[in-house]
Design a protein around this ligand. Structure first.
Ligand code: PHE
Length: 533
């Protein structure tokens, strides 16, 4: 199929670094390290690797293959490779509508409305629905990702100015709280930071896929790893650093339970940027010479490396300075900067600049990837120019983002809106605006879209055709198998009919059609509380 635009990667390396840039983000820095520390350390890393191998690798390969085969945006990809209506469409629509009814009965009208509407849309336009969501979800995510990006910019600038020199958690709180609540003068500061961050994204994206995203990823990703190495050396050479390493990696099987598996599944989705058409869109910019299987392993390898390195960069300093570990924004914006400031020698602001620059880079390369699915839909389907599409997406996200910035912690700045939201949710307001968007995207939409993608590629388009796409550019590893490798043979060594062997290609198809949907569904039900593992 013809490529619909001339925006392409220059080659495998460009794609690899851009995709790694998308996947390495806040998920690696503020989610993975803590999750590992509290879920059994080294054992959790092994479990995570297993989950990534069973779900992450097959799903990422599927998304990229889908994008490259269609050579088009998500909406087109989900409508051009298979008939719009199939038994699976009807089945999915029926299940969705039934789900909506169950939710209505179980007192969740907002959920029922959303799920029911999606079901109806499915009945009307089939799998295109999934493509449309791939356009909408990144917009929601980018709206609040931009706010956090703004915070990282503010912290970087303040660390350079040397004003973030608190050494206690109370001190950290007095800096973080006004930012989080966008109170007082910080109202404008926070919005300014967010808009500056979005403007940077805009600048990079406007320059195009190759000259913008690829070029910046090629510069920023190595810098990110260098900064991480610097912080690791600093952390590990502190007295008492080993306590941190032990918290992070010491295997403790007793902390591992069924919910760790689910945590690993959720983490894999978020950190690998799966389930919202990003890898699909990046794949549509890819040439046919690139080996998708190899590139996927590269992206996932870099992402995992970054996650483990982040833990080794963070916890030694936290423990050596006598702080208790935490997760999320608290770890990044309070505990760690305080710990860096405590390091004797008065170099605290240097470590803080290094750290926040690293976080800003991680957030920036993830944020620019969120612009691509909606922008490519606007250029492909509505025939907008790339410039117009990128500007529209960034503008919409910036406007929603201002509301996010003002209501990240509570509804104080937007009390009227808060009341309405509480009414819709029948009084059980979902915490802050941030919690609402975050919970909605990560717990509901990502797994649902991921599930839809596995079903579409595995069953509707068909794993056979997807494998054909994967073979393009692949030098035969997909037709190899562990047994052949162990025996020292290669698939082409005659006599080994590829149909009879557990080749990697066959394992991939099996994982995509059976393992992924089941595990993702389990993770989803666990997240929304239908089952409790
Ligand atoms: N993968 C990014 C991270 O680890 C987050 C992200 C999710 C970015 C989805 C883009 C899309 O933080």
């Amino acid at each position: 199929m013809e490529k619909e635009n001339n925006n392409n990667w220059s080659g495998q390396l460009g794609f690899l670094l851009a995709a790694a840039g998308s996947s390495i983000g806040l998920g690696n820095i503020w989610r993975f390290p803590y999750m590992t520390g509290t879920n059994g350390g080294g054992v959790f890393v092994l479990l995570y690797l297993l989950v990534v191998l069973l779900i992450g690798v097959p799903l990422m390969m599927a998304e990229i293959a889908l994008g490259r085969a269609a050579g088009a945006n998500p909406v087109r990809a989900f409508s051009s490779l298979a008939p719009a209506k199939s038994p699976f469409t009807m089945l999915t629509a029926t299940l969705l509508i039934l789900g909506g009814i169950v939710m209505l009965v179980t007192d969740n009208p907002a959920g029922a409305l959303i799920v029911g509407l999606i079901g109806a849309l499915f009945l009307a336009i089939g799998w295109k629905t999934v493509g449309i969501f791939c356009g909408l979800v990144p917009i929601i995510l980018l709206s609040y990702y931009g706010v956090i990006g703004g915070w990282t910019l503010i912290y970087t600038i303040d660390s350079i100015r040397g004003v973030n020199n608190f050494t206690t958690l109370e001190g950290a709180d007095s800096v973080m709280k006004p930012i989080l609540h966008a109170s007082g003068n910080w109202k404008w500061g926070v919005i300014g930071g967010q808009l500056l961050f979005m403007a940077t994204c805009l600048g990079i994206s406007l320059a195009g896929v190759r000259k913008g995203i690829e070029r910046w990823s090629k510069m920023l990703m190595p810098l990110l790893f260098i900064l991480m190495c610097v912080l690791i050396v600093r952390g590990l050479t502190l007295p008492g650093a080993m306590k941190g390493v032990r918290f992070f990696l010491e295997p403790d099987v007793s902390k591992l339970n069924a919910s760790s598996v689910i945590a690993a599944v959720g983490q894999a989705f978020f950190t690998l940027s799966l389930g919202m058409g990003i890898m699909l869109t990046y794949g549509s910019y890819l040439d046919r010479k690139t080996d998708i299987a190899k590139a996927t392993l590269g992206v996932i390898g870099l992402d995992t490396l970054a996650a483990v390195m982040a833990g080794v960069a963070i916890f030694p300093a936290v423990f050596a300075m006598g702080f208790a570990p935490s997760s999320g924004p608290d770890l990044t914006f309070k505990v760690l900067p305080a710990a860096f400031n405590m390091i004797p020698g008065g170099m605290g602001s240097v470590w803080n600049v290094a750290f926040f620059l690293m976080v800003t880079i991680a957030a920036l390369t993830s944020a620019i990837s969120l612009i691509e699915p909606p922008a490519s839909i606007l250029t492909g389907e509505l025939k907008m120019s790339r410039k117009g599409a990128v500007i529209s997406v960034v503008a919409v996200c910036s406007v929603i983002g201002v509301f996010c910035a003002l209501s990240m912690a509570d509804w104080g700045n937007l009390s009227g809106v808060g009341e309405v939201v509480k009414k819709i949710w029948y009084g059980k307001a979902p915490g802050s605006f941030f919690d609402m968007l975050d919970g909605f995207c990560c717990n509901w939409i990502l797994p649902m879209l991921g599930l839809a993608t596995t079903i579409y590629v595995g069953w509707v388009w068909g794993s056979r055709y997807a494998l054909k796409e994967l073979r393009e550019g692949n030098k035969g590893s997909l037709d190899n198998s562990i047994w052949l490798l162990l025996a020292g043979f290669k698939a082409k060594d005659g006599g080994h009919d590829r149909r009879y062997l557990f080749t990697f290609g066959i394992l991939w198809g099996f994982a995509l059609r059976w393992l992924c949907p089941v595990l993702v569904l389990l993770a989803f039900f666990n997240c929304i509380g239908v089952i409790k593992l």
